[in-house]
Ligand binder design. Structure first.
Ligand code: NAD
Length: 282
């Protein structure tokens, strides 16, 4: 196992697959199309959406950024999602967070056509995932599993501590890991003794959005650590949830940036192309 779990090689594989699948549409004069609904002025969101659009254009799918005012009412955002769901030229839809005050992501995402719900945001998708029925998983949760698979970290029978219980990362990831026969513990902000929980785990996934939360103290010797956190630093950079001290005990740690993030982006494109194929009856 390399000490650094690089996500970029797996992301490159997925993008190559996306490019090959996209090329199959050329003859039909159709282009897989992703729409990203953005209702925030947040700088790091703008940066992320631009990088997603660039990645899309490079591997084939079109990417439309649908901008709404940062003070949009939920009704307005819901209308946009309904319009895109009904538009046959659009195959994948992402509702970007953060949302304006008064809007609840899971509530609005219920308006997404589940067939176009490429980031698994519709509660229906999460329910189907929990019931082991076909659905798009939230891309970040799926990316964690793909990163571990790529680096041949076994999951079956191993203990995994997931730090964070959000609807977009922690909860769906727990389902995906259970489906791979891991023994999963989900910790969160009210967990009494986080270090005691994570020290039991063969694999620790940090998805709390707290810089430096997971330190060497939180790890057993030889643990594998996946860092999902993407926290903006005052210097304008990006920092994960895992402290540098983790390297003293961990067998391997995923970097931020360059770990889960690139795979997440590639999977959103993969889901979009798969949705387009299904819509075209391919
Ligand atoms: P969230 O704020 O919705 O959820 C955070 C979770 O962490 C909560 O369940 C909370 O209980 C838990 N938590 C907070 N503080 C804690 C503490 N001190 N100890 C234990 N648990 C604690 O965040 P989210 O949307 O799930 O995102 C988590 C992180 O992952 C963020 O940094 C976010 O930017 C990042 N993220 C990355 C990607 C990616 O593609 N790499 C995608 C989505 C989110």
């Amino acid at each position: 196992l390399p000490p650094i779990l690089d996500g970029r090689p797996r992301a490159a594989e997925i993008r190559a697959e996306v490019a090959a699948l996209s090329a199959e549409f050329d003859a039909a004069g159709v282009r897989p199309r992703l729409a990203v609904v953005v209702a925030t002025e947040d700088e790091s969101t703008a940066w992320y959406v631009r990088s997603l659009a660039r990645a899309a254009e490079k591997s084939g799918p079109a990417c439309d950024i649908v901008r709404l005012p940062a003070d949009s009412l939920p009704e307005r955002i819901g209308e946009a999602l309904e319009r895109l769901s009904a538009d046959p030229a659009v195959h994948g839809i992402i509702l970007q967070t953060p949302l304006p005050e008064g809007s609840v992501a899971a509530e609005l995402a219920a308006a997404l056509d589940p067939d176009k719900d490429v980031d698994g945001a519709n509660p229906l998708s999460l329910g189907r995932l929990a019931a082991k029925l076909p659905a798009f998983a939230p891309a970040t949760a799926e990316a964690v599993v793909q990163l571990l698979d790529f680096h041949r970290v076994p999951l079956s029978g191993r203990t995994v501590a997931v730090v964070g219980r959000s609807t977009v990362v922690g909860k769906p990831l727990a389902h995906l890991l259970l489906d791979r026969d891991a023994t999963v513990t989900v910790a969160h902000s009210r967990t009494a003794d986080l270090a005691a929980v994570t020290r039991q785990a063969d694999i620790v996934v940090a998805a709390a959005g707290r810089i430096g939360l997971v330190t060497a103290e939180h790890l057993r010797q030889g643990a594998v650590v996946v860092d999902v956190g993407t926290n903006p630093t005052p210097e304008g950079g990006l920092a994960g949830d895992v402290d540098a001290s983790a390297a003293e005990r961990a067998a391997a740690v995923s970097p931020v940036p360059g770990g889960v993030g690139p795979i997440t982006t590639a999977l959103l494109l993969r889901h979009t192309v798969l949705a387009a194929r299904r819509a075209a009856g391919m």
